[in-house]
Design a binder for this molecule. Structure first.
Ligand SMILES: Nc1ncnc2c1ncn2[C@@H]1O[C@H](COP(=O)(O)OP(=O)(O)OP(=O)(O)O)[C@@H](O)[C@H]1O
Length: 357
């Protein structure tokens, strides 16, 4: 669904301070965040960054120590208990470990949030069946959670979260326990619900792949603060903060490749005319024949140890780890050529032993 310009969620100067070993810990530190109606908004950060605490303030499961939480134009902290209960019903939540009731059938799990509503059993069951249909699990209504796969359990949890027709769905690492294919299926389902029901989705994760495949906007969180935010393609194609860059690199498997290459003993004895280089190129540079230019213009040879191209929005970001060999002057000229063409070149190791070839 197209997002409106109106924020459905607005956090103003929200802080959450815990006491940890007798000292204050700012799990959320003066966060300002506006999320528009109909958006799919990702919050990414490593463990302990404060993501869960932050999203739990959206339904006041976590009361902010200071700051204001406005959802659907209501200041939640000013609501009476019954009004807050009603406001919370409009905010569904799903979790990494599904939190289903194992002693109840799938249908009963989905019906569960409706038990407190003034509707009779037939209507309640009809609604639950409709929701199971929506998540593709109609034929499993009489099964028990233990009989289902992880992906199916998460679908039940999604159906249950939708029982009260929420405007907002909060997903707290909902795909972290799932394999990549199932993760993809669940993310597709979330996108479908966003498009067909107009559901605003706030999704927290530590995986950039999840953000990239489903979110329109993203905030990067570190030590309780939002350190970078914006349109997903803009943030990840031009990261301003080292942490954001880390997420991009690990998503392209660069971090892992660099570690493996640095640990490879056979690469620790490069000869004097060899350079171990990490190249990063963006946009147009990914389309140029720079490696063959190095050979043609400077008689350099490039042994490619790792290569990947990450597509983010309309931008491609390419990564290469190479051993470049040739004469000292030509190596310098070659690296210059790369730099001039917008390629970031990082020298990982220079050969020390032996003479030039
Ligand atoms: N109830 C609590 N009491 C004390 N400290 C807490 C409490 N809840 C969270 N914290 C601390 O607040 C910080 C942020 O935790 P939070 O769970 O929000 O991070 P996160 O980014 O969601 O990480 P994770 O993915 O590991 O849950 C952590 O240092 C955590 O230990």
């Amino acid at each position: 669904m197209a997002e409106s310009t109106h924020p459905i969620i607005s956090l103003q100067d929200v802080s959450v301070t815990f006491q940890s070993n007798g000292k204050p810990l700012n799990a959320v530190d003066k966060v300002n965040l506006q999320i528009r109606q109909g958006d799919i908004y990702g919050i990414i950060g490593y463990s302990g960054a404060g993501k869960s605490t932050l999203v739990r303030t959206i339904n006041l499961l976590q009361k902010p120590t200071t700051g204001t939480v406005t959802v659907s134009d209501q200041d939640l902290q000013k609501l009476s208990t019954p009004k807050l209960r009603n406001a919370r019903k409009k905010i569904g939540m799903i979790f990494q470990h599904f939190n289903l009731l194992n002693s109840r059938t799938v249908l009963n799990n989905v019906e569960y949030p409706l038990l407190s509503q003034p509707i009779g059993k037939p209507k309640r069951q009809a609604k639950a069946k409709k929701l199971l249909e929506l998540v593709g699990l109609r034929e499993f209504e009489n099964s028990y959670p233990d009989q289902l796969s992880g992906g199916q359990k998460q679908r039940v949890a999604i159906a249950r979260a939708l029982a009260n027709d929420p405007d907002i769905l909060i997903s707290d690492e909902a795909t972290s326990a799932l394999d990549p294919k199932t993760t993809n299926d669940i993310l597709k389902l979330l996108k479908h619900l966003n498009e067909t029901l107009g559901l605003t989705i706030v999704l927290i994760t530590h995986e950039m792949q999840v953000i990239k495949s489903v979110c329109r906007h993203v905030a990067v969180m570190d030590e309780g603060k939002i350190i970078e935010r914006g349109d997903v393609a803009d943030v990840f194609s031009n990261p301003q903060q080292p942490l954001t860059q880390n997420f991009v690199d690990s998503s392209a498997n660069v971090t892992e490749a660099l570690e493996q290459i640095k640990a490879d003993k056979s690469l620790q004895n490069l000869s004097k005319n060899e350079r171990l280089l990490f190249l990063k190129f963006k946009g147009q540079a990914t389309k140029q024949s720079l490696i063959s230019d190095l050979t043609e213009l400077y008689h350099l040879s490039a042994n490619i140890l790792f290569g990947n191209i990450e597509r983010i929005g309309a931008t491609s970001i390419g990564y290469l780890i190479i051993i470049l060999s040739g004469e000292t002057k030509q190596l310098a000229d070659g690296i210059n050529l790369l730099n001039k063409n917008g390629v970031q070149v990082r020298l990982i190791a220079t050969g020390k032993k032996g003479g030039e070839k």
